[in-house]
Design a protein around this ligand. Structure first.
Ligand code: ADP
Ligand code: MG
Length: 387
């Protein structure tokens, strides 16, 4: 789960990480009021969406006076913001964060994330802040320094000092930076954050170190014990279908192609997408209905897939291990009857009672083609999607 910048800054403040003073506005009038209240000559108006890269596309504006703040907010609120980190549709701007401007001297980058390879939390820092860190990592990896935190020992101040001196901070700035990194690490361990990113972390003309931007990701599996974080969820920033899928315990990810895939097991789902691509097709989604799937889940999965107008054909690839193929076939038939179907379905059922399952599909009188060979099935669905 992600948070908005303003929510992440609230969490930062709780953990002693300094952030600029500001206020939230959901209307242009409110933006004006916040700007007045801040009392500075200039303010920064920032569109709140679950994506970075806002600065480059007019989602972050430095303006003079309350009138201009109202105007800037008017230009952002109610619109879709498309950035490098969103899809082509963008994300809705339902609120803006209005904050005091900072006198930026340096823009740095820091982050903390759970590194699966070392099974540790790693802390990363770079003096090349304010830029796309993926690009820095690709072209000038020597500009990024990483330290690994031993989970038994926990975060150690010397590790932050190492990063601070790497970024050429002064001694006083390193002291501020060490406190910030202690807070960052605490957010990871206490709030179950899977990533904390500050880009940019700035040094001001006054010599202060500040978090100017804030990005927090949380482990969904830990949200049950992070009530205050879970309450900050903003569904408007999430994929509608992915949210519907989560309700039924389906692992669903929207993709950009036109072949709807319904598969049981994440590994088989990955292999299915691979083989679809191998034969020139493009999956519209990743969907794992789970090992012990039920007819109800199959119906919900069907509803999800058919709700996407871009889907031109459906590929069902189910391995009947725990679940029997004839039950799956009954589920598919019931689902098709319930939601109706205008596009071809290729179904590959393998495993327990597969003959029975295939016979049920064949005799259903519906536009479902059972094919038991994976390659043949993949070729057929790709052809169907292009017909
Ligand atoms: P994003 O990462 O989505 O582009 P940021 O919050 O990082 O958004 O802002 C982009 C840039 O805008 C920053 O790198 C910084 O140069 C400038 N900026 C953002 N907030 C402020 C602020 N309070 N004062 C001065 N400049 C700011
Ligand atoms: Mg940023």
């Amino acid at each position: 789960m992600n948070l908005h910048e303003y929510q992440a800054k609230e969490v930062f403040a709780r953990y002693g990480i300094p952030v600029p003073q500001g206020g939230l506005a959901t209307s242009p009038e409110q933006a004006r009021a916040v700007a007045k209240q801040l009392g500075t000559e200039k303010v920064v108006v920032k569109a709140q969406v679950h994506a970075g890269g806002r600065g480059k596309v007019g989602g972050v504006k430095l303006v003079s006076g309350a009138d201009a703040a109202e105007e800037a907010a008017k230009g952002m609120l109610g619109k879709m913001l498309v950035t490098k980190q969103t899809d082509a549709k963008g994300l809705p701007v339902n609120s803006v964060w209005v904050e005091k401007p900072s006198n930026i001297v340096r823009e740095l980058y820091v982050s903390a994330l759970v590194d699966r390879t070392s099974e540790c939390v790693i802390l990363m820092a770079s003096a090349a802040g304010g830029m796309d860190i993926e690009e820095v990592a690709e072209h000038t990896p020597e500009k990024i320094k990483t330290v690994t935190v031993n989970p038994a020992a926990g975060f150690q101040a010397y590790q932050a000092r190492e990063l601070g001196f790497f970024m050429d901070l002064t001694k006083d700035q390193v002291d501020q930076f060490t406190k910030i990194m202690a807070g960052v690490y605490k957010i990871v361990t206490e709030c179950d954050a899977s990533m904390v990113e500050i880009n940019p972390l700035i040094v001001t003309a006054e010599g202060n170190v500040f978090a100017l931007d804030a990005k927090l990701n949380f482990d969904d599996n830990a949200l049950f014990r992070q009530k205050s974080i879970a309450e900050m969820r903003d569904g408007s920033q999430e994929d509608e279908r992915e949210r519907a899928a989560a309700k039924f315990d389906l692992n669903y990810v929207t993709l950009e192609g036109d072949i709807g895939c319904m598969v049981n097991g994440a590994g088989l789902a990955m292999a299915t997408m691979d083989i679809v691509k191998l034969h020139g097709g493009q999956p519209a989604n990743f969907l794992d209905v789970g090992g012990g799937t039920t007819a109800e889940k199959v119906t919900e999965a069907f509803k999800l897939i058919t709700a996407s107008p871009e889907v031109k054909a459906i590929f069902i690839n189910i391995f009947g291990g725990i679940v029997r193929c004839d039950l799956i076939a009954e589920g598919i038939i019931a689902a098709v009857k319930q939601v109706g179907l205008k596009i071809p379905v290729i179904a590959r059922l393998q495993g327990t009672n597969m003959e029975k399952g295939q016979a049920l599909l064949r005799e259903s009188g519906l536009a479902i083609t059972p094919i038991s060979d994976l390659t043949e099935a993949a070729k057929a669905v790709v052809a169907a999607s292009k017909a």
